[in-house]
Design a protein around this ligand. Structure first.
Ligand code: FES
Length: 642
């Protein structure tokens, strides 16, 4: 096959690729970053590049206008190289790389039951060994095991080859005074043989921290909590966008991208590992520790994220009958997973239930405590996958619905994530239709984040700017409503008030996307409740998880029909329940075992196989719903306005 030379403008060197290669692949070889938000499916149109010289074969131009094609534009993910070419990559929308700290730092109290000597599996013990002599030629490993038996009562200690390689040096450097780090009580064995994880010279003071980490791999954000296992305290919390975003904004796009080649699968694994390792490094720096001193990691995340982290093919997750390769992953040493902590530290991925109800939900249920409560509880993770769990200590049922990323700002013209410059709260005057906004960071706005979109939609509905079907009323006497480039729209902020110098608007199309997202979530939990014959009104608590969930205004979310119309005191926001559950499992092997029990106990209901889901979804595509009897408080609010 002939090779062709592709020169990307601005790249130091041209690259050589064979006939049939995609331009996106050539770009990667050239070290040119091209974002592929839909995972290279040709759906989003955001990987457009301009062919300056030469030609490429365009497999799809669906997302390009005839004028774009005329001007030489092509989708990098859909363009096949057939000859030499010179390519210009226009500046792409940059992913905001900084999360605002007030949105990612949670308040964490160490559970009052925590006692590292009885609960914690990772222990550090100081040992003083008798040096070998001509009369005692016991080998180093046996000598160490003897000391562990005699000094701390630990029998039958095991070690990996990697750890054994280092013991001789540690013993001699420490002149037979060493500290051993052991994993003494894994959750999945009884009795457990203790494992020697590390041995280093000297005796550190007793209050020297012993580090572990709880990690949540979200589709959008990865969160790391660095924990001192001696006190149970979370000493550093860091979060960053998942590096895989550049290769797909939702799980389906990422599965598709990863499934295209072995190289892509490895790339997805590397991207998330890079995010995790950078976060661990940052967290360690904050507490003046080294990543190599982290001895245990517990990981939660949806099933796709766990598969991609471990390099396990995830293709079957998106294809009927929607099966994961593995729900219960055995613990593996960090060096095998690729996480840069102590190489022999164990990386424990929590178990998931099904393709779309992953370890993030089992972990969330643990942290909510609903599996241990007699109260009937509805647990919602308001995110892209809209996972729901209903139940109590007696029973648990779960489902997931594909809500899409609209509440995370994707698919909404001026939508954005909850970072500095995002409008997070909106009030609209019922008389003048003028909005009042609150912006994260108190700066000029750039766009609207999820909580802002919910508030905006509720306000526009209650003030009559938007009707029940989600259409902007162009007959109102205000310049805020108008026919825009994308159809009817409402202007939230004028160009001179924004950072971008453009009006910030919400359009009919945006509202339609939001209605679809909220309808999917609402339909999910109503169908779940109907399936088990428990009316939603019987839910004594509604727990809302997900880092975004924390900022939802319940009243507004009920007004748009995203949450059920129940007394406010039943709602509780739990923040990032996934990382919280991982933290609890890190502290106590008994709680780790409980996550497995939770995952095994949850009955999964596949909504795509449920005929009633589509009807429930269609009925929920209105503000707040076609059946107003379900929303008495909203009905009353509308009547008051009239
Ligand atoms: S169209 Fe190419 S990445 Fe979406």
């Amino acid at each position: 096959m002939a090779d062709h030379t592709i020169q990307f403008e601005g790249a130091a060197e041209p690259v050589s690729v064979p006939t049939g290669a995609l331009l996106s692949e050539a770009a990667r070889l050239a070290g040119v970053e091209i974002l592929q938000p839909c995972g290279g499916q040709g759906r989003c149109g955001r990987c457009a590049v301009q062919i300056l010289d030469g030609t490429v074969r365009r497999r799809s131009t669906l997302r390009l206008s005839p004028a774009d094609v005329e001007a030489g534009y092509a989708l990098a993910c859909q363009s096949v190289v057939e000859g030499d070419a010179r390519v210009y990559v226009p500046p792409q929308e940059k992913i905001e790389r900084r999360l605002t700290t007030d949105r990612t730092v949670a308040e964490v109290t160490v559970p009052d039951w925590y006692d590292p000597t009885t609960r914690q599996a990772i222990r550090r013990v100081n040992l003083t060994l008798a040096p070998p002599t001509m009369d005692d030629q016991t080998d180093d490993w046996s000598r160490l095991r003897r000391a562990l038996r005699q000094e701390v009562g630990l029998d039958e200690v095991e070690a990996s080859l990697g750890t054994l390689r280092g013991i001789g040096t540690a013993l001699r450097e420490g002149e037979w005074q060493v500290a051993a780090v052991l994993d003494v009580n894994r959750w999945d064995c009884d009795p457990c043989r203790p494992i020697l994880v590390d041995l280093f010279p000297g005796h550190p003071p007793d209050d020297t921290p012993l580090w572990g980490a709880a990690i949540d791999i979200g589709t959008t954000t990865v969160t790391v909590w660095l924990v001192d296992l001696l006190s149970g305290e979370v000493r550093a919390q860091v979060a960053e966008y998942n590096g895989q975003i550049a290769r797909g904004e939702d799980v389906i796009s990422r599965i598709i991208y990863a499934g295209k080649s072995e190289q892509n699968r490895q790339e997805m694994r590397s991207l998330v590992l890079e995010t995790i390792n950078t976060l661990l490094e940052t967290a360690c720096k904050r507490v003046k520790a080294q990543p190599g001193e982290v001895y245990k990691v517990t990981v939660a995340g949806n099933s796709t994220m766990i598969h991609l982290l471990l390099g396990i093919p995830a293709g079957s997750i998106r294809l009927s009958p929607f099966i994961t390769a593995v729900n219960h992953v055995p613990s593996s040493p960090a060096h095998e997973v690729g996480i840069n902590i102590h190489p022999a530290a164990s990386v424990d991925c929590l178990p998931g239930v099904a393709s779309y109800v992953g370890a993030d939900i089992s972990s969330g249920v643990l942290s909510s405590g609903m599996d241990d409560s007699e109260q009937i509880t509805l647990f919602l993770d308001v995110g892209t996958n809209g996972e729901t769990v209903l139940g109590s200590s007696e029973w648990l049922v779960t489902c997931a619905c594909s809500a899409g990323p609209a509440f995370e700002g994707a698919g909404v013209l001026d939508g954005m994530r909850a970072t500095r410059g995002a409008i997070e709260e909106v009030w609209v005057s019922g008389e003048t239709y003028e909005p009042t906004i609150r912006v994260i960071g108190s700066v000029k706005p750039i766009g609207v984040c999820g909580s802002g979109l919910i508030a905006l939609l509720a306000e526009l509905f209650l003030t009559g700017v938007v009707d029940k079907a989600g259409h902007v009323n162009l007959n109102l006497d205000t310049p805020r409503v108008r026919e825009g480039e994308h159809g009817p729209e409402y202007v939230i902020a004028w160009a001179d008030e924004t950072q971008t110098g453009r009006d910030i608007v919400i359009t009919d199309v945006d509202i339609d996307n939001l209605l679809r997202a909220k309808a999917a979530i609402y339909a999910g939990f109503t169908v779940l409740a109907e399936n088990v014959g428990v009316p939603l009104g019987l839910a004594e608590r509604v727990l809302i998880g997900g880092s975004f969930g924390k900022y939802i205004n319940v009243e507004k979310a009920v007004q748009i029909g995203l949450l059920p119309d129940l007394p406010w005191e039943r709602f509780q926001f739990l923040g990032n329940t996934s990382v919280r559950g991982a933290y609890l499992a890190l502290l106590d092997p008994a709680l780790r075992a409980r996550v497995t029990d939770i995952a095994a106990r949850m009955t999964y209901i596949e909504l795509s196989a449920d005929n009633t889901f589509f009807d429930a979804f269609t009925s929920a595509l209105f503000l707040p719903h076609t059946d107003m009897l379900r929303f008495p408080s909203v009905e009353a609010a509308i009547t008051r306005k009239e």
